[in-house]
Each structure stands twice: as C-alpha cells, then as structure tokens.
Design a protein around this ligand. Structure first.
Ligand code: XMP
Length: 536
C-alpha cells in the first residue's frame, strides 16, 4: 500500500469516528483511526495525504480538552475538521468558539452563499445537513472565509484554501447529510490528491504476497468457527501458505441445523483446506448441565472452547509438527474498540488467548485493518459462496444463548428444527419478492442479492415457557417458540421486521405441525433499544 495515499482520521472521542473511517474507505481511500494524543508523535516521522479531525464530546474551553499544536495546522497537510475538530481549528488559529443559547440538533437547511471552492464541487447551493452540537465558531480565524451558514449557525463551514484547512460544523459522515459523501470525496480526491484505488481485489493480492513473505514455509494454526471473519482469514492465508495451514473447527454442539457439516463441506471439499473437526458436543453439554444463568453459560462455553482448542493444538505439537503462527480473524472495529482510540474501551475482546507459553505462537491477523463490509468483499474476491460471506451474525456461544434456562439436547433440537423452518420460509419469501419486484424485502443494503442482506437477522428462541394447548383430541403441555426477525445496519440498533401476516402464519403453522414439543408461537415486536436482538 502506498503510504502517501493514507489518510488519518484523528479521533477526538466522538460517536461517529468509525463511521467517518468507513466513509473514507467507501471512497476507496485507505485510512487509519489515530487517537488525537498519538497524532503529533506519528506526524514526526510520517506525512499522511490528509487528516480528518472528528467530533468529540468536549468543549475547547474545558480543562484537559483534546488539543493539538498550532504547528500541525501549518505543515501544509490538508485537514478537514468536523464539529469539535472544526472548533479546535478555529480556537487554535485565533478565531472564537462560543456556546450559544440555541443548540442545533437534527436536519437543518444549509445555505452556501460564497461556498464555491473545491470542497463544494457539484453540491447544490441550497441543501440540508445534519447538525448535532452545543458550541460553534462565531468568528473564524484571519485568512479564513465562511462558506456556508444555517439559520442559527453563522459559520456552518469555513476554509483557508491556501493552508488547505477546511472546517464543517455539520456531520458529512451521516446519511442525513445527503451530500456528505460527496463532500468527503471532494476533500479526499480534490484537496488531498488521493487516487481512490483502495480496492478489496488489491488488498487480497497484496495481503497474500505479504503472508507468503512472512509465513511461507511455516506452519499456521487457525480456530475456524464458520463465521465470516475466521473463514475469510483462513481462505486468504490458505492461498499464501497452502497445506501449512491447519484449521481446528471445534463443534461445540450449539450450532444451527447442519452448520457443522456445511463448514466441513465448504472449507474441506471446496477449498481443500486442512481442517480437523473436533466433535465436542457431549463435553460442552456435560459442563452446561444444570446451569441456567446466562453469564455462567457464556463463561463455561468460552473456557471450554479454549481448553479443547489447546488440547488439539498440543496434539499437533506432540506430533512434532508444531506451528509458528496463530491465525485470527481480528477486524478493525476490534482493534479500535479495544483501546487504541479515545472513543475506545467499549469492551475487551478475548479471542483465543491463554495458550501455553511454550507454544510460542506469533499472531497472524491479516484482516485487522478491515471493516466488516470490507471483509465480506474480500471473501467475495476469494470466491467464497455468498451464503457464507453474507452469513448472519451468530453468537460465539451459539444456540445456548437462544435457549433460556438450562441447555438440554431436547431443547436444542426444538430450536434447531424451528430455526431451520423459519429460515427456509423467510428466504423463500425474500426470493419471491425479488422475482415479483426485482427488489428484496426491507434492505439494509438496497440492491443486495442475498436474502440475508434484506431482513438483517432472523432466528427462533426457546424462552423456556410451557403452556397448555390442544392438538386433535389431546391436551398438550408444550414449549412456546419466539420468532425474532429484525432490520438493522450493524446490529447496534434494530427494528422488528414487518413480515406479512401470511408469512408469519405459514411459519407458525409449520413449526407447530412439524416440530414435536411446540404448541405456541410468539413474534417479538421490540426494537433495540430498549430490547436487544438476542434473548438470553
Ligand atoms: P444484542 O443481543 O446485544 O446483539 O442486541 C447484537 C448483535 O451481536 C450478536 N451477538 C454476538 N455475537 N458473540 C458474537 O460474536 C456473542 O457473544 C454475541 N452476542 C450477541 C447478535 O447476534 C446480534 O447480531
């Protein structure tokens, strides 16, 4: 990758920081999220193509508020400041930031006036933008000119084209600013001079060569879960090191119907990867017997997973083969969220840790710079089937989460069978809709071609409630099944999918008729927040 094409997203702790980075990547420009307190140090040895200063919760007047030296603004590196980033630019260079009585929040009309510079190229003069701020710039520093205003904001955007400094009070990264992506692209291409050649085909090619150089001829170990990240990481690495990659697939017996066999079929038969399947269902179910607390269940499964993986890895070492690398499907949000940025420390990630010290495995994390949608595109480049690349999120502890109370083989059987029916019917529904209208249902990603991209996630849960019913001449006392089907973009927020009644009716009839032990079906109509997507 050409370092001159790298843009830094300087993180001031705002909620949209990763979103800004994704938008830059969507413009096919490589970027890295750099915490503000690392910016000066890195700028000592490196010169990025440009920098985007993000928003943040602070006011420039607060004690300890993030700040950067004036000299950084004077180096000729193009800078786009957004919200707090723009206020910091104004404050540092001699303008005035104030806290007005009227706070703007939401969509507001934007008037450009004299805003005709390259950053507004091909953007209408009257448009709308998304505002979310308390402070704003009242007076811009000398040498700057105001390029747009709103009814309540006297400097919605401003620039000093000579110094290549640009500020916007609104948020171009959110979809509610309709020209936002265009403005970012104008900055990246027109002002930073980026070519926009960061593509996933390129990424895969360069990464395979890099892994070959690093790990060619050495043995690599991978815990394959069948999820998107570990699958793409494994196929990519397999291209580089071939049979020196050994994947261990721990089947904990908590997977969906036929899932374990599918993983073996695709990665073993289609990609000819060296996979060892460990059928550990009895072991996991044994440990889970009598446990009904959800946190306890998660802990038991996580701990047992590591032990099984270690035992299998140990066997490889005992065979004399050993391994030098441990391949992990870590992706960029994991890296940013686990503490390299200010907005960070949301959760700590535990992948496969705790391996015995004498194994001395170095980590190989080929996807650590990619966002999820980029990982999926690499998967497509590598020829992985769409149903795997676009696989729905599935919790590591598997169906144990969707089985409330104690996990038993009987309850797992009911969840698996009802879930398979639900998936079959929603997939068929999406397919029929596509045939009729050319468009599948809902569509977090319009124009997508896989059903799972439409209704974002759908599954059944067993809430551990039994109730009286009647079937034929008999009274029953059986389980209720909950259906969860949501629309979402990233799982952070979601809404319940407005499935047509006749589809719900068909699913309900089929589950009650075909799955023994079920006599009642419920549809969960809770959004997130306040609910969560999973029941647990
Ligand atoms: P919630 O239930 O928190 O879920 O609204 C948000 C998304 O995360 C998935 N999820 C998990 N994914 N390991 C995972 O890899 C987990 O332990 C886990 N728990 C929830 C969930 O399916 C949804 O898509």
């Amino acid at each position: 990758m050409d370092k001159r094409e790298t843009v830094w997203v300087i993180d001031f702790g705002g909620q949209y920081n990763q979103l800004i980075a994704r938008r830059v990547r969507e413009a096919k420009v490589y970027c890295e999220v750099v915490p503000w307190f690392r910016c000066e140090e890195r700028a000592g040895d490196e010169t990025p193509a440009g920098m985007i200063f993000t928003g943040g919760p602070a006011s420039v007047y607060e004690e300890g508020a993030p700040t950067l030296p004036r000299a950084l603004f004077e180096r000729g590196i193009p800078i786009l400041g957004i919200c707090y980033g723009a206020q910091l630019m104004v404050h540092t260079l001699g303008g005035k930031v104030v806290s007005p009585d009227y706070k703007e929040y939401g969509r507001v009309k934007l008037s450009r006036g004299s805003g005709d510079g390259p950053i507004f190229k091909d953007i209408p003069t009257e448009t709308v933008c998304w505002m979310s701020h308390t402070d704003y710039a009242e007076t811009v520093p000398s040498g700057f000119r105001v390029t747009s205003v709103t009814e309540n904001c006297p400097a919605a955007s401003f620039e000093n084209a000579e110094m290549k400094l640009y500020g916007v009070q609104f948020h171009p990264e959110v979809h509610h600013t309709p020209f936002g992506q265009k403005l970012l692209e104008n900055f990246l291409y027109g002002i930073c001079g980026c070519a926009g050649d960061w593509t996933m085909a390129n990424f895969a090619k360069v990464k395979i060569e890099e892994i070959q150089r690093l790990a060619g001829g050495k043995r690599v170990l991978c815990a394959l879960s069948g999820g998107v990240d570990s699958s793409v990481a494994a196929v990519l690495t397999h291209r580089a090191v071939g049979d020196n990659l050994t994947c261990i697939f721990v089947d904990h017996g908590l997977l969906r119907k036929d899932e374990g066999d599918n993983v073996m079929r695709v990665y073993g038969e289609q990609f000819h990867m060296n996979i060892k399947r460990v059928d550990a269902a009895d072991r996991f179910l044994g440990k889970l017997a009598g446990v009904d607390d959800p946190e306890q269940k998660r802990k038991i499964i996580g701990g047992e997973f590591i032990r099984v993986f270690e035992e299998e890895a140990r066997k490889l070492f005992d065979d004399g083969g050993g391994a030098e690398y441990l391949l992990q499907g870590t992706i960029y949000p994991d890296v940013v969220e686990s503490g390299s940025g200010e907005s960070a420390v949301i959760k700590s990630h535990h992948n496969v840790g705790g391996l015995p010290a004498d194994m001395k495995l170095s980590l190989l994390e080929p996807l650590r710079l990619l966002f999820k949608d980029e990982v999926r595109r690499v998967g497509e480049e590598l020829g992985i089937a769409p149903e795997l690349v676009w696989r729905q999120p599935f919790p590591g502890p598997g169906l144990a989460i969707r089985c409330l109370g104690e996990v038993t083989p009987e309850k797992l059987h009911i969840i698996r069978e009802s879930d398979a029916i639900l998936r079959e019917e929603i997939d068929a529904y999406n397919e029929s809709l596509f045939v009729k209208t050319g468009r599948r249902n809902y569509g977090a990603e319009p124009g997508g071609d896989a059903a799972e991209r439409a209704v974002w996630q759908y599954f059944t849960v067993l809430p551990n409630i039994r109730s009286v019913g009647v079937m034929g001449d008999f009274r029953t006392y059986d389980h209720a099944i909950g259906i969860r089907a949501v629309t979402s973009v990233d799982g952070m927020t979601s809404d319940w999918a407005r499935l047509p009644y006749d589809i719900l009716e068909k699913i309900s009839n089929r589950i009650v008729n075909e799955v023994d032990g079920v006599n009642r079906i419920m549809y969960d109509i809770t959004s997130k927040p306040p609910g969560t997507i999973e029941w647990e």
